[in-house]
Structures are given as structure tokens and as C-alpha cells.
Design a protein around this ligand. Structure first.
Ligand SMILES: [Zn+2]
Length: 68
């Protein structure tokens, strides 16, 4: 598994070190995004629950998405 460089949340500045969370950003914002959001801020941005995003991550993983 490739090592992921930690990112900082664009909104709250929290470090995003989880590959899943970075993959989620790329999935939602595009692979070339330069802005990253922690999962809490992403949920707020899309007006959904954190749990909903976590479920999506699991679903995309099952589908073999290369971002996770
Ligand atoms: Zn944040």
C-alpha cells in the first residue's frame, strides 16, 4: 500500500492522515483536488452524516475503487 502524505483540512486545519479520508476527498472532489476536508467537514459540506460517508467508503472499497 502506498504511503499517503498527511493533508490538512481546508476548513478546520485538522490533520487528515487516513488513506480512506483522503480517498474520499478524491472521490468526491476529483482526483486532482488540492483542497482536502476532514470527514466531519466533508459531511457538513455535503449535508450528510459522517456515518453515511463511512458507509460509502466501505461500499466503494467493496467495488474495488483504486482510491481506497
Ligand atoms: Zn475539518
Amino acid at each position: 500500500m502506498a504511503k499517503v502524505e498527511p493533508k490538512q483540512c481546508y476548513v478546520c486545519g485538522k490533520e487528515i492522515a487516513k488513506r480512506d479520508e483522503i480517498g474520499l476527498n478524491k472521490k468526491l472532489l476529483g482526483r486532482d483536488t488540492t483542497r482536502f476536508y476532514c470527514i466531519e467537514c466533508l459531511a457538513a459540506e455535503y449535508d450528510v452524516d459522517v456515518d453515511f460517508l463511512l458507509e460509502k467508503i466501505e461500499l466503494w472499497k467493496e467495488q474495488g475503487c483504486a482510491l481506497f
